[in-house]
Design a protein around this ligand. Structure first.
Ligand code: ADP
Ligand code: TRP
Length: 322
């Protein structure tokens, strides 16, 4: 039984990259692990400065998580800001985080390269993420490929801290679903809420299809055979298909006769079908938001039971207690 933890930012609609890159791994891990999942609303402040929107997105994200299979009877599930001990650890760990480590972080570098205005929270957010992971003694962190580096930063920081103060922090490991890696967005780059290229999980079917129709594909005449390996439509569809269905789709690409438009319609269908039962669960929780709040409250109490003694230990060894 391992302690498995992950967090997700409530920074927009959840998309299929979030689901296959992290949420599904977490849901599957619930069977035989001690699982912890939280809504990283402090992290979302790095990109959202509309208070009303952030609080709405936090409830939306919690509703989505429950609909997608996070089971409050099996997992500890809460909102990051309800366990404020992480903020204290974040500060303590800042003194164990070399600047160079943060300067090399891809997420920060990518956002800078895209011309997004940067600020200190964006720069330092791997330290907060390290605090999230380390305060709960997490052993495994399921993430998408883009977050590996952040878990590595958490490892480095834990080792540095332990070298100074003894074996207090558990050094975590990341876990990436090999066959998923990075899900492409409709423009072929990494699918991300912040890049406006997502296919969302919940939403109207018509809108979803409209988005799918915008997926960038190569320009090949309808009757010609088509390349599937690097096709964005294929690479999304394969997430929903079993081996036989996958081979069938590959053959449709190789045979020609059909255009990318047909494959897009097919993607729309398999995706709609895949999330059908989740949509039902979502509409239940949407109508019962008080139940969602109760679940989050209970979760934060359970999370505090672990975070509080840990922060006490940290205060003692670092001399903050006097
Ligand atoms: P976003 O980039 O859309 O803001 P987050 O940074 O909130 O997504 O990521 C939440 C989780 O989903 C992380 O574990 C991340 O690695 C995973 N994830 C996000 N985008 C993708 C993707 N395109 N492919 C695979 N995993 C992804
Ligand atoms: N930074 C992560 C992301 O953007 C979200 C996150 C915050 C997280 N704290 C975490 C993920 C701790 C795993 C563990 O996706």
């Amino acid at each position: 039984m391992k302690r498995v933890l992950t967090g997700i930012q409530p920074s927009g609609d959840l998309h299929i990259g979030n689901y296959f890159g992290s949420i599904k791994q977490m849901v599957d891990a619930q069977k035989d692990n001690d699982t912890f999942a939280f809504i990283a609303n402090y992290h979302a402040q790095t990109s959202i400065n509309d208070g009303k929107r952030l609080s709405e997105l936090t409830m939306q994200c919690a509703t989505d998580f429950l609909a997608l299979g996070i089971d409050p009877n099996k997992s500890t599930f809460w909102v990051q800001s309800d366990v404020k001990e992480v903020l204290e650890l974040y500060w303590v760990l800042s003194s164990f985080t070399p600047m160079g480590l943060l300067e090399r972080a891809h997420s920060y570098k990518d956002k800078t390269a895209r011309g997004q205005a940067t600020n200190h929270s964006l720069f330092s957010y791997p330290v907060l993420m390290a605090a999230d992971i380390l305060i709960f003694g997490s052993e495994i962190v399921p993430v998408g490929k883009d977050q590996i580096q952040h878990v590595e930063i958490a490892r480095d920081v834990a080792i540095k801290f332990n070298n100074k103060y003894g074996d207090i922090l558990t050094v975590p490991e990341f876990r990436v679903q090999e066959e998923v890696q990075t899900v492409p967005g409709i423009d072929g780059q990494k699918m991300s809420k912040s890049y406006g290229n997502i296919v969302n999980i919940f939403g109207e079917q018509k809108k979803q299809l409209k988005t799918i129709k915008k997926i960038v594909t190569e320009n090949v005449a309808m009757e010609e055979p088509k390349e599937y390996k690097n096709c964005n439509v294929y690479n999304m569809a394969k997430l929903f298909l079993n081996q036989n269905e996958l081979v069938e789709l590959q053959n449709r690409y190789k045979n020609g006769k059909e255009g990318h438009g047909h494959f897009k319609l097919y993607l729309g269908e398999v995706m709609w079908e895949y999330f059908a039962e989740f949509r039902e669960k979502r509409s239940y929780y949407e109508k019962n938001q008080d139940e969602v709040r109760d679940i989050l409250n209970l979760g934060s109490k359970k999370a505090k039971e672990i975070a509080s003694p840990m922060i006490e230990t940290i205060r003692n060894v670092t001399g903050i207690s006097y």
